[in-house]
Design a protein around this ligand. Structure first.
Ligand code: CA
Length: 228
């Protein structure tokens, strides 16, 4: 699951951002105290940081520098949020390590689009090594899947869904997250579509009275059973 850390001291904005990010399927953590950011970042290892420019005690720019200087966090994408519309400040923020910049008040859909775009362009290369877990083998060279050595036939969407699930065996991935990962978060695809394809994937995988290998977690998402 993609983790986003919000560093912001305005409660109203934290609530608004958390609500919208969670709705998109992100896992959200919040740090309202600028002096605790480095600890939070080290502990949570977020995939992206939304950073307020104006924080009490320490500035967003200083925090950006600290994050960039730390070996563990130097590649974490950062979007700066600021009340200032000054071009010079924008340049300063970007030069200190922010990857993108938004001026308050901002449009939530635009921020979400920028977050998605930033995550896409900073994501590490997709997994190309073969995946294996719970008796399943996924071969990317041949695009074939086997269960207990026997071939499983499925369509490309089911293959992509299975790939996401197999990359994190046992982890529950939300339907929103699967929609985003497999369909690219298209606004024209409904969540129900994910369920339809999971049903097909399940039918393909559970052939010959094999035990169900996909766990459905009501209102949370889906996972590969590691002990199936
Ligand atoms: Ca602030």
């Amino acid at each position: 699951m993609t983790k986003i850390l919000i560093v912001e001291d305005e409660q109203g904005l934290v609530t608004l951002l958390s609500y919208n990010l969670e709705k998109q399927g992100y896992q959200v953590s919040v740090c309202m105290d600028g002096q605790k950011v480095m600890n939070t970042v080290a502990g949570d290892k977020p995939d992206l940081i939304l950073m307020d420019w104006m924080l009490p005690n320490v500035s967003g720019v200083e925090l950006c520098q600290m994050i960039r200087q730390n070996y563990e966090t130097k590649e974490t994408p950062i979007i700066m949020l600021t009340a200032r519309g000054d071009e010079a400040d924008k340049v300063k923020g970007l030069s200190q390590g922010a990857d993108d910049y938004m001026t308050k008040p901002f449009s939530v859909p635009e921020l979400m689009a920028r977050i998605g775009a930033l995550l896409r362009r900073t994501k590490t290369a997709p997994v190309r090594e073969n995946l294996s877990c719970a008796g399943l083998e996924m071969n990317f060279a041949t695009h074939q899947v086997t269960r207990d050595g026997e071939p499983v036939h499925m369509g490309p969407t089911e293959f992509r869904l299975l790939q996401e699930l197999m990359q994190k065996p046992g982890h529950v991935i939300s339907r929103e997250e699967l929609l985003r990962l497999v369909w690219g978060g298209s606004i024209f695809v409904e969540l129900r579509t994910v369920d339809v394809h999971i049903k097909r994937l399940r039918a393909a995988l559970n052939f010959g009275k094999k035990p169900d290998i996909i766990r459905t977690v009501r209102s949370a998402g889906y996972a590969i059973k590691v002990d199936a």
